[in-house]
Design a protein around this ligand. Structure first.
Ligand code: FAD
Ligand code: EPU
Length: 334
């Protein structure tokens, strides 16, 4: 393996932040893991770099995941189990599923990044989360120097959350994921504007392909393309608040949207809260808040990650002042 020194990470993160990694390696074979383990450096796993904010030079070793391969490990009349190497591009997996008529991940079309990051924060969109199709996750544990396989329940998935983001943070390298996809998909079209978009497209008969296309159309209409404007998708999570607090707030802010979580809590769109604080379309130097989606912070050119971090702090502060709601960052900060 070629370990390079002082490599710019600008091409490797969708925010387009220009910082240097002290050491950098491309990993395309799991056989290299014991050798990397023996190196004493702090390890940073890099997939597509679409959910990280780089705030300064990265000390230690950045391992760029290039593990590739999709194979069928089991099938029956209803399902097929795919073992997917963690460096596969997520959207390529969605396209693979669609072209084979397999359902379960079509609503997650066009989410940037790698398969290995999908269990990390249980990616989700348009009413579906990765946890619904993940059967097992295999990873290399740096401390145990061994591979470990986690069942779905052992992954402790939650909203943009898993054990890999908490107890196992920085302790494991996810190397492969097994997904259980359906030959007889149950379609999820009720979320957001999917039904409207399917109608606009003139779709008569539902299919995984049609749903993925509708999702792609909606996504491209509101989310900035990182190739044109640097960003990492939603910068914050949508907060869950007690129903009591929501009712009080709604008596003041009558248009405040919400989604029920359970009998006593609701989720409030962070994009709405941020927009109400006047941030939507904000621009200062090269950084800003996207004009079509206030939940997305953007880098128009050469904004330093540390300044985007500071901007996110100002947004957190203003939402807390106005609504008494504490936002949580979704993006991983390095
Ligand atoms: P990276 O950014 O490379 O890494 C993210 C974190 O995971 C890092 O801490 C990294 O160390 C860790 N990590 C990555 N791979 C591994 C591994 N193999 N083992 C252990 N740790 C690992 N997310 C959604 O959930 N829904 C969306 O709809 C969505 N839309 C987006 C739209 C845009 C335009 C963008 C830019 C991002 C969006 N995201 C969305 C966020 C992002 O695409 C996901 O979080 C994605 O899963 C990140 O994958 P990645 O490979 O780029 O991860
Ligand atoms: N809204 C506003 N102003 C804005 C943005 C949103 O008022 O500027 C309000 C509107 O009421 C809108 C609602 O928020 O109806 C929801 O907006 P949207 O459908 O765009 O979704 P979101 O809640 O902002 C979440 C995910 C996205 C995911 C979409 C679709 C989080 C943190 N974000 O965004 O995921 O693609 O739903 O399911 O849960 C990501 O994680 O990076 C991401 C992009």
């Amino acid at each position: 393996m070629l370990i390079q020194q002082k490599i710019s990470l600008k091409p490797f993160n969708t925010f387009g932040i220009d910082v240097v990694a002290e050491h950098f390696v491309q990993l395309d074979n799991i056989a290299g893991l014991p050798e990397l383990t023996a190196l004493g450096w702090k390890k940073h796993i890099l997939g597509g770099g679409s959910n990280i904010l780089l705030t300064g030079p990265v000390r230690g070793l950045v391992i760029h995941n290039q593990l590739k391969g999709i194979s069928t490990i089991k099938e029956d009349v209803d399902y097929i189990w795919l073992n997917v190497q963690a460096g596969e591009i997520w959207h390529d997996l969605v396209l693979y599923a669609i072209s084979n008529g397999l359902g379960g991940i079509e609503n997650l079309a066009l989410i940037p990044g790698t398969v290995g990051a999908s269990p990390m924060q249980n990616i989700g969109a348009y009413g579906v989360e990765a946890k619904e199709t993940i059967e097992t996750v295999t990873c290399w544990n740096w401390e145990e120097k061994a591979f470990m396989t986690f069942s779905n329940s052992q992954c402790e998935f939650g909203y943009r959350d898993s054990i890999f983001k908490r107890q196992l943070k920085d302790k494991t390298f996810i190397t492969s994921v097994v997904y259980k996809l359906s030959r007889n998909p149950a379609y999820h079209t009720s979320y957001g504007a999917i039904n409207d978009e399917l109608e606009r497209m003139g779709v008569q008969e539902l299919s995984v392909n049609a749903i993925a296309k509708a999702v792609i159309n909606i996504r491209t209409s509101k989310l900035p393309d990182p190739k044109q404007i640097g960003n990492a998708g939603s910068f914050f999570k949508n907060p869950t608040i007690p129903l009591r607090q929501y009712t009080l707030l709604q008596s003041v802010y009558t248009g405040m949207p919400s989604y029920p979580v359970n009998e006593s809590t609701v989720k409030v769109p962070a994009g709405w809260l941020i927009e109400q604080c006047g941030w939507k379309g904000y621009k200062h130097g090269d950084m800003g808040v996207h004009a079509k989606q206030a939940l997305v912070l953007v880098n128009y050119g050469n904004a330093p990650g540390s300044e985007i971090w500071e901007l996110s702090g100002e947004i957190l502060h203003s939402v807390k002042e106005k609504f008494g709601i504490e936002l949580e960052r979704e993006v991983q900060v390095w």
